[in-house]
Design a binder for this molecule. Structure first.
Ligand code: 5RP
Length: 234
């Protein structure tokens, strides 16, 4: 297994220590949190862990079913105890860029319903200033080129429609993803989030501000858990 894959696995598994019997758990999307989902399935089967999960994407739903995590609809319950998810970048204030896997809308809805958010990451995800990772923005298919032009004017950078070969990537919600190549310049992500959400045609933006309570980070020196001192797990 390549080093980075090993780090993802270590972080993903370590985060399971936040999950206790009786919890309702948001299950994130991506190549790091997939290890969390697999480990939770193992804990259910082998250790009697008793939880229900809410997946943030069709891909995670499929994996959760495969590993035996009982799933419920978010609409049928009154909130979640915790969500564990990956991130594309996080800054010193625990602000995040997410959406590299095109699941940002469902991920944000699930975070919004959760009492705490734990991010799993390898140490490449830690940055001083957000934005080297292209910022994902979910947009409506209707008039997508006009929305992309409006985003380019607002952000003053290249914005492109995410493609998979010759076809635009379509999200689980039937929308498209615009990626904004801001560069590492997002020093005020809260202002940027509000401005982007103000554009008609934007469904959601992958800036997750004031949502992350802890990061389980795997690096060369092992796994460290960083608690956001102004978060809900402090
Ligand atoms: C999906 C996401 C992912 O959590 C994010 O892209 C990190 O993924 P990975 O762990 O594969 O690097 O936001 O929309």
């Amino acid at each position: 297994m390549a080093d980075v894959e090993q780090l993802k696995k270590e972080a993903g598994i370590a985060a399971c220590s936040f999950v206790k019997t009786g919890m309702k758990v948001g299950l994130g999307t991506g190549s790091t949190v997939k290890h969390t989902v697999i480990e939770l399935g193992r804990m259910i089967a082998e250790e009697g862990l008793d939880i229900v999960g809410v997946p943030t994407s069709l891909a995670t739903e499929k994996l959760a079913i495969e590993v035996g995590i009982p799933l419920v609809k978010l609409s049928s319950i009154d909130g979640l105890d915790i969500v564990i998810d990956g991130a594309d970048e996080y800054d010193p204030k625990f602000q995040l860029i997410k959406g590299g896997g095109a699941a940002l809308l469902r991920e944000k809805i699930v975070v919004q319903e959760s009492s705490a958010m734990v991010v799993v990451a390898d140490d490449r995800k830690r940055v001083d200033v957000l934005g080297a990772f292209p910022l994902p923005i979910e947009i409506t298919p209707f008039s997508s080129s006009a929305t992309i032009r409006a985003l380019g004017r607002l952000l003053d950078c290249r914005v492109n429609c995410r493609m998979a070969g010759d076809n635009a990537v379509v999200t689980d919600n039937g929308n498209l993803i615009a990626d904004a190549h801001c560069g590492p310049t997002i020093s005020n992500p809260e202002k940027m989030e509000a401005e982007i959400l103000n554009i008609a045609g934007v469904v959601q933006v992958g800036l997750f501000n004031n949502m992350c309570d802890a990061v389980v980070l795997a690096g060369a020196n092992g796994v460290e858990t960083h608690i956001n001192q102004v978060g809900r797990l402090a």
